[in-house]
Design a protein around this ligand. Sequence first.
Ligand SMILES: Cc1cc2nc3c(=O)[nH]c(=O)nc-3n(C[C@H](O)[C@H](O)[C@H](O)COP(=O)(O)O)c2cc1C
Length: 206
Amino acid sequence: MKRNIGSRLALYPTPAVVVGAMVQDRVNWIMVAHVGIIGHDRVLVSMHKAHYTNQGVKAAGRLSINLVSEDMLVRADAAGCHSGATWDKSQLFAWTMGEAGTPVITMSPLTMECVVTDNYETETFDNFICSIAATLADEAFLDAQGRPDFARIRPVLFEMPGYSYLRCGERLGLCTRLGKDVPGKGVPDTAGTADTANRAGEGGRQ
Ligand SMILES: Cc1cc2nc3c(=O)[nH]c(=O)nc-3n(C[C@H](O)[C@H](O)[C@H](O)COP(=O)(O)O)c2cc1C
């Protein structure tokens, strides 16, 4: 039986990303995990107003979102432990300036160069709404059609209650194939047991 545990942020895991921005002519990196997708052409980056990076994002109106791979996790974590206000993070990652004017981490499998189009401010957070000017991905992480292959990228995930990083899992099946043949009417939901729909899903594993 479910227990009501109150009003909790429970929408995890989310991808852990390193956001990059120029702050007063020096590159700065910050770990951010409160990110989201808005429609099909905007992303959200939620950053506490007290963070040093915010002033650079506001001044330039742009930022980069660098997905975190497992081999860059320790350095990415360092970007979340120290503030650029007191600790120079500019040497944490090798980087290049992207065509949209944002710092691109060489080691990151995929970087989105973003332009800030809006800021949905709450009392303590800047919630940057961004369009995507360019997406830079290592060839090794693209499929035959040139699309990012997240089964290969395996971005590191974050969860808040345990304040820990999680490894990306395995592909369970293809969307809109798993449920396609489940009959609509008269199929009881046998909650709590492995129902027929779930068993049908096993056949869809790719
Ligand atoms: C795993 C992890 C996730 C984090 N996610 C966020 C986040 O979503 N938003 C935020 O404002 N700070 C987040 N932080 C905290 C900042 O990364 C941290 O305070 C950082 O030192 C701020 O850097 P700055 O002052 O140089 O901007 C996170 C930290 C860690 C370790």
